[in-house]
Design a binder for this molecule. Structure first.
Ligand code: UDP
Length: 378
């Protein structure tokens, strides 16, 4: 009845379903009551489009990915800007040459700017852990300041670890920028879907060859027995693209993979605007990491506004959402064991942020799904 089964209707599952549906019958199952995975957005009672699972800002340098998604949505041009509250002042993040002049007296800022330009090419991006190794007293001073004021306490809140204990690639996502570019991303294409991610994904999934089942767990419809897969009690010989967590698929036999979760607390306020940028980070104050005001991302005519405060927390299986993989050695070892276990089920292919246990941006997830489709389409 079905040629292909896809587990999970987030962005990875949606791209796979859309692609395979061109010439195959696709069963797409989703455990939540909505499509879109963590990109899910909806209009709230203030008339504002909010991102239920935290702010999602699309950005890519890859024209093919941009063109592919453009088949399913019009875009609203949006270049994300983030401020960080440092010593009581909102300053541009990533830390750049403009930020220098906001946090230091002018003559000190000018001296530090010269030191930076003497050591790094204009336009370069330097991860904080690299800047900390600088062989120059001024740059040492600057690195210590940025580390303490921007990275240390934010990272402790976000990961419950100091920046030197997490994968360097994570803090390198927000490098020090030797430029006057205040944007959070410098990619060629930056935008949000005009009517939201859910509407874009809905359009991807509107195809006669896609059968979508919401509120459906993999284990409710499929069983693995002796390397064979039974779908609705009949043997299924097609390919399964699984975008969920591998530990869950194998009943946590090698332990639960580690994640950080976030308690997303939305507030509706009786003011037209709460802050001047879409996101303001609070590295050094409060228990939340950042506040996002969605009106700045999706403009809305409303006398009220909706904000989101993100409170990082431990992840507990079945209790909250697994947002960020924590790449401890134990977790990496466990994940490798799950991948080995998956070799006993050659019909199942792990795809996407959860199944591949990766810190994917949306464009990475789309790219990966397109690659997997190209590999398995025949
Ligand atoms: N980070 C930080 N201070 C900031 C912003 C980011 O320490 O003001 C660090 C923190 O460890 C965070 C990482 O950089 O987890 C990546 O930040 P990004 O904004 O890319 O995280 P995401 O939006 O994916 O949650």
């Amino acid at each position: 009845m079905f040629d292909v089964m896809i587990v999970g209707a987030g962005i990875s599952g949606a791209v796979l379903a859309e692609r395979f549906a061109q010439d195959k019958k696709v069963l797409l199952i989703e455990r939540r009551q909505h499509i879109g995975g963590n990109c899910y957005d909806k209009i709230d009672s203030n008339g504002i489009l909010i991102h239920k699972y935290g702010p999602h800002l699309f950005h890519t340098d890859d024209a093919e990915i941009w063109q592919y998604l453009s088949k399913f949505t019009e875009w609203q041009i949006y270049q994300h800007k983030v401020l960080a509250m440092i010593d009581g002042q909102p300053v541009p993040i990533p830390f750049n040459l403009n930020t220098l002049y906001k946090v230091f007296p002018q003559n000190l800022a000018a001296r530090l700017e010269i030191s930076l330009l003497n050591n790094f090419e204009y336009g370069k991006k330097i991860p904080i852990l690299e800047l900390k190794n600088a062989n120059d007293a001024d740059l040492q001073f600057l690195a210590d300041f940025v580390y303490e004021k921007i990275f240390l306490h934010y990272t402790e809140k976000q990961w419950n670890l100091t920046p030197d204990k997490i994968d360097g690639a994570v803090t390198a996502r927000v490098p020090i920028s030797i430029s006057r570019d205040d944007r959070y991303f410098s990619d060629r294409f930056q935008a949000v879907p005009k009517n939201g991610y859910t509407a874009m994904i809905q359009k991807m999934l509107t195809h006669k060859n896609i059968k979508l089942m919401l509120n459906t767990n993999f284990s409710e419809v499929a069983t693995l027995r002796d390397g064979k897969i039974y779908l609705f009690d009949s043997e299924f010989n097609g390919k399964i693209f699984y975008t969920g967590m591998l530990d869950e698929l194998f009943n946590y036999k090698f332990g639960a993979l580690e994640y950080r979760s976030v308690n997303m607390k939305f507030e509706m306020l009786d003011v037209e605007n709460f802050q001047t940028a879409a996101t303001v980070n609070y590295p050094n104050n409060y228990e939340f990491t950042r506040i996002t005001e969605f009106k700045h991302i999706h403009p809305a005519k409303s006398a009220r506004t909706t904000i989101l405060k993100e409170y990082p927390q431990n992840y507990y299986v079945g209790k909250n959402e697994p947002y960020y993989p924590v790449f401890t050695d134990a977790a990496k070892t466990a994940y490798t064991k799950y991948l080995d276990e998956l070799k006993n089920c050659p019909q199942i292919k792990a795809v996407g942020r959860l199944a591949e246990y990766r810190y994917f941006d949306m464009d990475d997830a789309v790219k990966r799904a397109l690659e997997i489709h190209a590999e398995f389409k025949n």
